[in-house]
Design a binder for this molecule. Structure first.
Ligand code: F6P
Length: 479
């Protein structure tokens, strides 16, 4: 950020990369926010000395822009009512379930929509204030879909990109939304609208043609004002080299061994790491694992399951219900199948720093990722990046975006418990040759397409769609 407070690259996301929290000693401090979005954008930000506009969680007002770990952060405040209606309501009670195949039932409330519009407008105004002349503004995710159009009206000079981190639904589902046209028009304020998968981009273009009536040709949309908007697929990735380096490090190796020992040194460890979200299929996966023990395929001396559930959206009713259900299930499984000092499932309701995650990935033999629907799922990619000895198995839902690239995983349908059990058992029994063959192929994919490549391809495409304006954005790749 320059001394005038304006920047050539501005990121707009609902969340800042850090959350305002109360530290153990009672004083206010900052902690890393959960979720894949933050993990993905941080390297791009660092390479460009950009400015990040977002909400730091909570209701604290009057937080000033500040620098954190080399990033310029602009905190946006939200009132209790806005959190209830914009964040918990329209974003996570309407859009989240609607965009995830109706895994839960979306609710449609007009006051939620009004708050969504108001909050999007405030974020757009803040971006307009911080972007320098001809700057690039990159808007992220479903909470901010109206920002591109609002920002375009305020600052026609800007180059605007939008990226959706979650799935974009098929037309039949999207059409339920009472404000479908406004959302489409909101997104069309961008020069480039990016999605995880080609199918999502195609859904969007078709909806624009049918619902807004603009002319389209393949991935291009022609607006009456002469602008052309492109919709494309940019599958997101991770800092693969960074994760591998961390996983190879001595402290992480030591910690991995410690965790295994604390688990009682079983022959095999299964691992799940997710935000505690109903889209992730945690319940079904724990049931499948427990049934394998109950059916006598192995016992708790042979294998245990470590499930990390990162607390998420705890004020939203469906998330509270899920937490209770998982608590009950884990209690029941451990009560029925565990032995003294050897629970079948080690359940951790907490978030962990990157180092601890890397240690978990390094110590686990079988990574289990079973969402009913997921935009990408970066945990699957992180696991692969950490397996530098070309071992370990990945069991992956075919409904996660990552399944498009990680074809050598054991792909499962999370609705099919018997199919999931068969895959878990196969992965458990696989020999080193089979594991090596699969893991080597997946590691090649991940190393060739990391988060820097993702960001660079989005930025290059954005510059190509709007070639005559805008300053160049530096590649995210580290030299
Ligand atoms: O990647 C999807 C996403 O909803 C992000 O937009 C978000 O930052 C992350 O998951 C975590 O969710 P939340 O911000 O609601 O805690």
């Amino acid at each position: 950020m320059s001394s005038t407070g304006s920047s050539d690259l501005v990121i707009v996301a609902n969340r800042l990369p850090v959350d305002r929290v109360e530290l153990n000693d009672g004083t206010p401090g900052w902690r890393r926010s959960p979720g894949g979005l933050v993990t993905a954008i941080e390297p791009v930000m660092r390479a460009n000395e950009g400015t990040w506009i977002g909400w730091p969680g909570g209701t604290e007002q009057d937080l000033k822009p500040f620098e954190d770990d080399g990033m310029d952060l602009v905190p946006m405040t939200m009132t209790d009512r806005e959190i209830e209606n914009h964040y918990e309501g329209f974003s996570n009670g309407t859009l989240w379930p609607l965009y995830h195949d109706l895994v839960a039932k979306p609710e449609f409330h007009r006051e939620w929509w009004d708050a969504y519009v108001a909050v999007n407008r405030r974020f757009a105004e803040k971006a307009a204030e911080h972007a320098s002349e001809d700057a690039t503004v990159w808007v992220h995710d479903y909470q901010m879909q109206l920002v591109p159009q609002m920002l375009r009206e305020l600052r026609p000079d800007l180059r605007i990109g939008f990226y959706l981190h979650i799935p974009f639904p098929p037309a039949e589902l999207f059409q339920q939304l009472p404000w479908r046209r406004q959302i489409l028009e909101g997104l069309l304020g961008a020069d480039l609208v990016g999605f995880q998968l080609p199918g999502a981009a195609a859904n969007f273009v078709r909806l624009v043609r049918q619902r807004v009536g603009h002319k389209t040709h393949r991935d291009l949309i022609y607006l009456p004002d002469g602008r052309t908007v492109r919709a494309g697929a940019f599958p997101i990735s991770i800092d693969a080299a960074g994760f591998e380096e961390l996983s190879r490090s001595e402290p992480v190796g030591k910690r991995a061994a410690e965790i295994r020992e604390a688990l009682g040194s079983p022959r095999k460890v299964f691992l799940g790491i997710d935000r505690l979200d109903y889209t992730k299929g945690i319940y079904a996966r724990l049931r499948a694992f427990s049934e394998l023990i109950a059916d006598g395929h192995f016992d708790v001396e042979d294998a245990v399951f470590v499930q990390v559930a990162v607390p998420s959206r705890e004020q939203v009713e469906q998330y509270r219900i899920l937490r209770d259900e998982i608590d009950r299930l884990v209690g029941r499984i451990n009560g029925d199948l565990g032995r003294i000092g050897r629970p079948a499932i080690s359940y951790l309701h907490s978030s962990y720093p990157r180092e601890e995650m890397a240690a978990l990935y390094r110590m686990a033999d079988i990574m289990v990722v079973t969402p009913y629907r997921d935009g990408m799922n970066l945990v699957a990619k992180e696991y692969v990046a950490c397996r530098f000895e070309d071992d370990g198995a990945l069991v992956l839902s075919e409904f996660a975006g990552a399944a498009d690239e990680l074809r050598q995983a054991w792909l499962i349908n999370p609705y099919d418990i018997n199919g999931m059990k068969a895959a878990l058992l196969e992965a458990y029994q696989a020999d080193d040759r089979e594991l090596g063959r699969r893991m080597r192929a997946m590691r090649k994919t991940i190393s060739q397409h990391d988060v820097a490549a993702w960001a660079d391809s989005f930025m290059a495409e954005l510059a190509a769609v709007r070639p005559t304006h805008g300053k160049a954005v530096r590649p995210a790749r580290r030299s």
